[in-house]
Design a protein around this ligand. Structure first.
Ligand code: QV4
Ligand code: CA
Length: 512
């Protein structure tokens, strides 16, 4: 009996690590600041046909609306209530999008901001995305409702009321992150309101949550909130499915709070992955691609089954959060594609692809003065929809990295090799590497300043394969390079360092 209870507890506590993706799909795409209506059609026309498993959406709750700076993207990280209207759309549009994405097997993960409400200097009035009244001075948010005793006012011991030191766990959890009014999550009332918000989303069909700012919440409080969550909707998910939880905790080492405090409750963002992969691919700090051989736990990252990984995220692509200058983004497209290719081929973690918009970068002393800029918008502040060009790329400032051939095809590669062992590693001791995934896929990367000419064991069955980086296999034809694998599973590779994309990837479904 006692043993059974333990087994049940174990099963329950690790259930929130499963993203519940359908049809053997494996990756999430973050459609940062997209409108719900655009996400709905993107699920149908692009994400499902190309094997994306899920989409992370921007915070759907009511948020503050700011004018100085004008409608920054980060206003959506300042909740005013849990009503579901934002510049991404209305509650009806949100619900319609979730239904349509679910109907084509693409899961929806919500960015949940529950650590705080708006900034202390947010003022009072109706400048909120659903027009609800609030008063930040009195800590009054009648649309939830929360009032001053629902905040951590008395608990924080710093003179400013803000977090002043990241070495003091009490400040980090009980004081205000950059002045954001900090919720008292130890109160059952607050936990209940937060859980009610999340349950409403679960009931309309979401598959899980990206939990914002978890470093700033006590693990026990989070656990109490998660325990109140419903199982996923039986309309689209097997009965007893727990919501997928991935928690944002930035731990690059050297801080008082460590990612491991959060492992039991769900996955955790591995920011070392993003910062280090950028450093290696840029060849900074004497790093070499050949050192990637033991990438993952071998680099002191968290266990793979706890990790949510990415090359860049919405913060570190613009100098927010952490990770620094090494982080690769669409602005460094050639290196970015290489890093994405590596990530998606490598077995470590659950992978998230970033999908961004362009903004007018304006550097002064190494800082981007325009890092606040919101998505492509009309003059009235409403977000522009995402137009699709004849060549399938996006227009109007939307970057759509997930539609770049190299990235889209590597998302498929990851699905095709899912579950296969990491195999047949090769490197030249420098920046040329290759590895496979059992007998189903193989990737070769040349990040040196000279050509790669090698005959390598691919692990693949004999045949002619289409390289999915330089082209596509379409109707049995290959629009890119072709690769001949012999009966001994070996193939001859040539990759010039001046190629548009100096890497090659083939998999069993790209066999001609
Ligand atoms: C400023 C000062 C304060 C001052 C205050 C006075 O910094 O010291 O007291 O004015 O009014 C915005 C502004 C910020 C401003 C704050 C409050 O940028 O300058 O404070 O609003 O008005 C995003 C942005 C933040 C933004 C926030 C709220 O990145 O710049 O703050 O949204 O709009 C840590 C955390 C980690 C966090 C990361 C950015 O451990 O959890 O910082 N990452 C997540 C999200 C991120 C989001 C938040 C958390 C907050 O990924 O996007 O911050 O929800 O590492
Ligand atoms: Ca807190």
């Amino acid at each position: 009996m006692k043993l059974l209870g333990l087994v049940a507890l174990f099963a329950l506590s690790f259930a929130q690590h499963d993203p519940h993706m359908k049809h053997g799909r494996t990756s999430i795409v973050h459609l940062f600041e997209w409108r719900w209506a655009d996400i709905a059609v993107e699920c149908e026309r692009y994400l499902a046909p190309n094997g994306f498993g899920g989409v992370q959406i921007s915070p759907p709750c009511e948020n503050i609306v700011l004018t100085n700076p004008w409608q920054p993207w980060w206003q959506r990280y300042q909740p005013i209530s849990y009503n579901l209207c934002s510049r991404s759309g209305t509650e009806e549009e949100l619900s319609d999008m979730i239904t349509r994405c679910n109907d084509v097997g693409v899961n929806v993960y919500v960015d949940a901001v529950i650590n705080h409400m708006c900034g202390a200097s947010g003022g009072k009035g109706h400048h909120s995305s659903c027009g609800s009244y609030f008063n930040a001075e009195n800590k009054d948010f009648p649309s939830v409702p929360y009032s001053y005793w629902d905040f951590n006012e008395g608990k924080c011991k710093t003179s400013s009321g803000d977090i002043e030191s990241y070495q003091d766990i009490f400040q980090i959890r009980d004081c205000r992150l950059v002045s954001l009014l900090d919720l008292a999550l130890e109160k059952d009332y607050v936990r209940g309101k937060v859980a009610q918000y999340m349950n409403k989303l679960i009931d309309i069909g979401v598959a899980g949550f990206r939990m914002d700012a978890c470093k700033h919440m006590w693990p026990a409080d989070l656990s109490a909130v998660y325990d109140k969550l419903h199982n996923l909707s039986s309309k689209w998910f097997p009965s007893d499915s727990r919501p997928f939880i991935y928690q944002e905790v930035i731990d690059l080492g050297g801080e008082a709070i460590q990612v491991k405090e959060y492992y039991d409750m769900g996955r955790v963002t591995e920011f070392k992955y993003s910062a280090k992969l950028g450093t290696v691919v840029r060849r900074w700090e004497k790093e070499k691609m050949s050192y990637l051989k033991n990438w993952g736990e071998g680099w002191a990252f968290m266990p793979s089954d706890k990790a949510l990984v990415f090359v860049d995220n919405h913060d570190n692509q613009r100098g927010h959060g952490a990770g620094g200058a090494s982080v690769l983004t669409f602005w460094d497209a050639r290196l970015y594609k290489m890093a994405m290719g590596f990530m998606l081929a490598h077995p470590y973690g659950v992978t998230r692809v970033m999908s961004s918009y362009r903004w007018d970068r304006l550097f002064q002393n190494g800082k981007d003065l325009n890092d606040w800029m919101g998505p492509p918008s009309h003059s009235n502040g409403s977000t522009k929809s995402v137009p699709i060009n004849p060549d399938t790329t996006c227009g109007d400032g939307w970057v759509c990295e997930h539609r770049w051939r190299q990235i889209r095809n590597m998302v498929k590669f990851r699905n095709v090799v899912n579950g296969q062992p990491y195999s047949n590693w090769w490197d030249n001791g420098n920046n040329q590497i290759a590895f496979g995934r059992g007998d189903r896929g193989f990737i070769v990367i040349n990040n040196d300043d000279w050509d790669l000419n090698e005959t390598l064991n691919t692990g693949l069955p004999a045949g002619i394969y289409c390289d999915v980086i330089s082209g596509d296999k379409l109707n049995g034809q290959c629009s890119g390079k072709q690769l001949k694998v012999g009966g001994d599973r070996r193939a001859q590779f040539h990759i010039s360092n001046t190629d548009e994309d100096p890497f090659i990837a083939v998999h069993i479904d790209s066999k001609l």
